[in-house]
Design a protein around this ligand. Structure first.
Ligand code: NAG
Length: 252
């Protein structure tokens, strides 16, 4: 049974210009979504007041709260994302009776021409195309995405990366798959397709154990044969045929 609950709340916040913001909170279990704690906990009498206080204490950064209806403990969180087993500091812990409430992020427009579809995980959404045939190599995959007015998928935040993991978990079980992450030898780093380097934080959870491990394997292969236990990227040669995931977005 789904215990999904939507809470709508609208309130005026004492910001610089008394900006009115509307928040849509969604409830999730610790098995579906988690967040990172961004400050001390306090006691609050409902999830709504918990979130309201979180917003006033952490104006820009509060995208989620963890609330316990028995102890009334309220913990402020950053953005919500799907489970990443390698991130040990995420809350609530799996199996905890705490409940996560996350703010639904604005849904970007998704032009579904060429079989793109909107995916939505823990409040973050993306407009993705999962290829049905293989490109000859990384550059070919990049070209195909570009011809469809899109780019190879950029998973440059925890929220977007886990969205991709969940969206592709059955799709990529069988195939090797290119995403928009490539090692640039001149810089000595993996760089996302939007030009952003792979952050140190992401470097710790995005790879399979022991990866990346080979000189000259400059692409990332999202071949998660045993999701979620074995989810993670391999480094791989950019020259072999592979499936690919394209993303349409406003700034692509
Ligand atoms: C949707 O995308 C297609 C292919 O890029 C484009 O031809 C079409 O104009 C787009 N439609 C809208 C409403 O933007």
């Amino acid at each position: 049974m789904s215990l999904t609950l939507w809470l709508f709340l609208v309130f005026k916040v004492l910001g610089a210009n008394s900006e009115v913001r509307q928040f849509v909170l969604k409830q999730a279990s610790a098995e579906d979504c988690q967040t990172l704690q961004i400050g001390e906990s306090w006691i609050s009498h409902s999830p709504i007041t918990c979130h309201r206080e979180c917003v006033s204490r952490h104006w820009e950064n509060c995208q989620a709260v963890v609330y316990n209806s028995e102890t009334r403990n309220c913990t402020p969180g950053s953005i919500a994302f799907g489970i990443i087993k390698k991130v040990k500091t995420s809350i609530p812990e799996s199996g905890s009776s705490d409940t996560l409430y996350y703010v639904r992020q604005p849904i970007p427009p998704c032009n579904t021409t060429n079989n793109f579809a909107l995916y939505d995980v823990c409040g973050t959404s993306a407009c993705l195309y999962m290829s049905t045939s293989r490109a000859d190599n990384f550059n070919h995959a990049r070209t195909i995405c570009s011809q469809m007015d899109s780019r190879l998928f950029v998973g440059n935040t925890m929220a977007k990366y886990t969205l991709f993991m969940y969206a592709s978990k059955t799709y990529i079980n069988v195939y090797g798959c290119y995403i928009g992450l490539k090692h640039i030898d001149a810089i000595g780093q993996f760089i996302w397709e939007n030009g952003e380097p792979l952050s140190d934080e992401q470097n710790q959870y995005i790879w399979r154990p022991g990866e990346p491990n080979s000189e000259g394997q400059d692409c990332a292969d999202a071949k998660h044969t045993n999701w979620p236990r074995n989810f993670g990227l391999f480094d791989a040669t950019c020259g072999k045929p592979g499936h690919y995931v394209c993303e349409r977005c406003e700034d692509c």
